[in-house]
Each structure stands twice: as structure tokens, then as C-alpha cells.
Design a binder for this molecule. Structure first.
Ligand code: PLP
Length: 419
């Protein structure tokens, strides 16, 4: 069956035909293509078309699809049984590797998604401090747990309101614009004794890529120290992408707790939260804060994650960053030649080219971008074999498997886009 017929069928079985809203491609006025397989920097649809991928399953596949070492590790693990629901060595091996790369994570818990990781980290911060409120940034996305669905980014920004989330649940969620340290200070001045934590994407990836302003993360660190609140870095996107040790290595700021997902699963469903021993020991069965998971620490996912992290330690982050910068600047120059006003945010192997009249430093500016221009760009890039995120407020990711030819093909496609 072709993508069109599959999409028609899928819509009879799943809301919008998808298992996660953005995949429906509504934001770019299109229908999704159905993927048959993926290898290296490419994905292939059921209609026999090849695409240079810049989505990579929304971040996890930083080595490219089907990396040989990761696939081998996963296959070997499957042959030993796909799930035990009991401790296994793979959990220790992955935890040790994470601790080596992100030393602030003295102890950790494996879960099955980024959503579980952030939800559990918030509960832990509340349990540890005995406080209810927390600070979250407008346009940051921390998964779909109720408390975070107040002014969230990513797909959550596309639905009108969030029916199903009672006000009582979000009344403790204090909002601030990203990069607005003064707004956070005001929250602490007003209710510092009630604030359990600040949760932040240390480089935001869900209103497009937005970098932290000079002093922003340090300011959050200082406020948490002053008021005895927990600083949580949500590194579900930035972990192992901004640097082998994530955003905290890149920016030199150490959080109390870190949440991870995406890359640590090597393409399998994994999340993780962890940090200071003193805080983590409040988790059951040592402490009283409850969290559990049937598939947590799944041996196949642990093996794929470990193989991924080992491969990343021998990967050249600086070289990929330089090549990504060149690609992103090339795309930006091409759009400007076409008379479009575009602004680029880029770091490591992630970038967003905004169709915008101004630079983008927060959700207000991201929200003003020209969605129609992005839709036109996206549709024509797809038609020429380039697979970009189907929404202008997402990151484009490069991977270690991208070749210079892939980037040249991408630039060539961009040159042919007509508005
Ligand atoms: N946190 C951030 C920063 C994310 O980008 C995401 C997902 O995109 C999540 C949390 C939730 O992760 P998951 O989709 O695995 O539940």
C-alpha cells in the first residue's frame, strides 16, 4: 500500500492517523509519508522514495539509523530475552556509562520515556523539598504529564488549550518567558518558600532551537541555591547532543537533577532521571517518593543505549558542529537570496532556521514566525528528498552518518524552493 492509502486507513484506527500529533503533518498543510525502513542518514517511504533525514526520530538517532554497533548490541540482547522485570547487568553498565559522561548524576533511575523522566523528577523535587510550586518556561516542553501542560512547546503548542488538565493541577506551575531571569526572580521573591524546583531545557528545543542568554542558566542556579530549590535540567534533547556530557558540560552549569531520553535509548524507548545522591535517595524503596515501571531498565534498550554512548565517546563532535554550522548558514543565505527574512539559531548538531522578522530568543518571538513560509519550504524540500521536522518550531538535527554530499543535496534542494 502507498502512503496515501495507509494514511486513509490509519485515520480509521488512530486519532489523526498517528500515535503522536505532529506526525500528522497538519502544521505544514500536508499528509505524512509512511516509513518503511531507515539506514544511516536516510529514511525510505513505502512509495519507494529516499530522503536525507533531519528528524532522526526527533533526536535519538544521532549516529544515524541502524548504526552497526548499536544494532549488534540490540540483537545480542534480544537473544537473551526481551524483558525480565528483574535486575540485570545491562542497567548497571548503562548507569555507569551515563555517570562517567554526566558526573552530576551520582544516582539515577531508568524509565521508558522522557515524559516519565520529567514527571518523576518533578515528583522527587516536590517530595524532597516538601514544596508544591515549580517554575517552568513558556515554550519549553517536558513531555505530556499534566503539570507541564501549561504553555508548553512542541506539539502541545498546536492544540487549543489542554482539555483534560484540571486547573487545580497546573495552579502550582509558575510560568516565565525563556531567558527572562527577572521574571523568575519575581516568582522567588513572591513565593520562594513554596517553590520546589525550576525545570528548564538548558538549550530549548521545542519552540525551535533557542539558546540560553549569557548568565541565564547561572542565574537559575543561583536562585535555586539561595532559596533551597532543586534545579532540574531537562536534557532529553540536549543530553549527548550538545556535548558528550550534554548542555551541562557545554555551558559549565551543574544542575541538581537531570532528565534524559531520546539518545540514551539508541532508538529504543528509554528515559532516565538522576542527580545528587542525597536527593535520589528519597526515591522508593530507600525513601518515600514512589515511581515504578514494568519495562524500566529493559535489557534490549539498555544494551542499545550503552552501545550508543560508547560510540559517541569516539565521535568527533567538533567536526559535526562545524559541518552543521556550514549547512545551516548555507540554507539561511539561500533563503535570504530569495528575499525571505530568516534568522538562524544553531549549536552542535541542532539548528532552527526561523522564517521571522526578528531574532528568536523566546516563545513570543518564535510564535510570530511565518508558518506558511515554513510549510512551503517543508513541502518542497520533502518533494526533493529532504525530510525536515513537520513544524517550524522544532529543531533540525544532523547526525554522524551525514556526508558532505547529503548536505550539498540539501542545499541544492533549498536553492530550488519557490515561494
Ligand atoms: N523533554 C524534552 C525536552 C523533550 O523534547 C521531550 C520530547 O520531545 C520530552 C521531555 C518528552 O519525551 P518523550 O517524548 O520521550 O516522552
Amino acid at each position: 500500500m502507498d502512503s496515501k492509502s495507509l494514511y486513509a486507513k490509519a485515520q480509521t484506527l488512530m486519532p489523526g492517523g498517528v500515535n503522536s500529533p505532529l506526525r500528522a503533518c497538519r502544521y505544514v498543510n500536508a499528509e505524512p509519508v509512511f516509513i518503511e525502513n531507515a539506514k544511516g542518514a536516510y529514511i525510505y517511504d513505502v512509495d519507494g522514495r529516499q530522503y536525507v533525514d533531519y528528524v532522526f526520530s526527533w533526536g535519538p538517532q544521532i549516529l544515524g539509523h541502524q548504526d552497526a554497533a548499536v544494532s549488534e548490541a540490540a540483537h545480542k540482547a534480544i537473544d537473551l530475552g526481551s524483558s525480565y522485570g528483574a535486575p540485570c547487568y545491562g542497567e548497571i553498565a548503562l548507569a555507569e556509562e551515563i555517570n562517567k559522561m554526566i558526573p552530576s548524576m551520582d544516582m539515577m533511575r531508568m524509565v521508558s520515556s522522557g515524559t516519565e523522566a520529567t514527571m518523576s523528577a518533578l515528583r522527587l523535587a516536590r517530595g524532597y523539598t516538601g514544596r508544591k510550586k515549580f517554575v517552568k518556561f513558556i515554550g519549553n516542553y517536558h513531555g505530556h504529564a499534566d503539570a507541564f501542560l501549561a504553555a508548553a512547546g512542541s506539539a502541545a503548542a498546536t492544540v487549543p488549550g489542554t482539555p483534560g488538565v484540571p486547573e487545580e493541577v497546573t495552579q502550582h506551575t509558575l510560568l516565565a518567558q525563556y531567558n527572562d531571569l527577572e521574571a523568575v526572580k519575581t516568582h522567588f521573591e513572591e513565593s520562594g518558600d513554596d517553590i520546589a524546583c525550576i525545570i528548564v531545557e538548558p538549550a530549548a528545543g521545542n519552540m525551535g532551537l533557542v539558546l540560553p542568554a549569557e548568565g541565564f542558566l547561572q542565574g537559575l542556579r543561583d536562585l535555586c541555591d539561595k532559596y533551597g530549590a532543586v534545579l532540574i535540567f531537562d536534557e532529553v534533547i540536549t543530553g549527548f547532543r550538545l556535548a558528550p556530557g550534554g548542555a551541562q558540560e557545554r555551558f559549565g552549569i551543574t544542575p541538581d537533577l537531570t532528565t534524559l531520553g531520546k539518545i540514551i535509548g539508541g532508538g529504543f524507548p528509554v528515559g532516565c532521571y538522576g542527580g545528587k545522591r542525597e536527593i535520589m535517595e528519597h526515591m522508593a524503596p530507600v525513601g518515600g517518593v514512589f515511581q515504578a515501571g514494568t519495562l524500566s531498565g529493559n535489557p534490549v534498550a539498555m544494551a542499545a543505549g550503552l552501545a550508543t554512548l560508547k560510540r559517541l565517546q569516539e565521535s568527533d563532535y567538533a567536526a559535526l558542529e562545524a559541518r552543521t554550522k556550514e549547512l545551516a548558514e548555507g540554507l539561511t543565505a539561500i533563503m535570504k537570496e530569495k528575499g525571505k527574512s530568516v534568522f538562524l539559531n544553531q549549536i552542535a548538531s541542532a539548528f532552527t532556521m526561523y522564517f521571522s522578522e526578528t531574532p528568536v530568543t523566546n516563545m513570543i518571538e518564535s510564535g510570530k514566525c511565518d508558518a506558511d513560509a515554513y510549510a512551503t519550504y517543508w513541502q518542497q524540500m520533502l518533494a526533493q528528498g529532504v525530510y525536515l521536522a513537520p513544524a517550524g518550531f522544532e529543531c533540525a538535527f544532523t547526525c554522524f552518518a551525514h556526508t558532505d554530499e547529503d548536505f550539498e543535496k540539501t542545499l541544492e534542494a533549498a536553492r530550488k524552493v519557490q515561494f
